[in-house]
Design a protein around this ligand. Sequence first.
Ligand SMILES: [Zn+2]
Length: 94
Amino acid sequence: MSKQQFIKVGICNKYQTLLEECERAWTSWKERRGEISQLRMVSKNRGDELQTLQASYARAYTFLENHAPNCSLCQLVARIEGRDPENSSGALFL
Ligand SMILES: [Zn+2]
């Protein structure tokens, strides 16, 4: 038992930042979408706003997805955790 140690792996800073951006973008999109879906009439402005939010989430998500396969630290973490970086796109927030 005493020999068992958890390997404390810090996620790479870049990944962490991208993840936070992605989460932030996703949250504001989701919240806005929730608000707007309560409205009976959706003006064009609101529709555009929602599209912008969705686009920035999609962009953040793409950055996040593209990061890991190109980052040796993230690949190392993935290997230690037994994840396959090639296959790790796993619908994080979708
Ligand atoms: Zn990384």
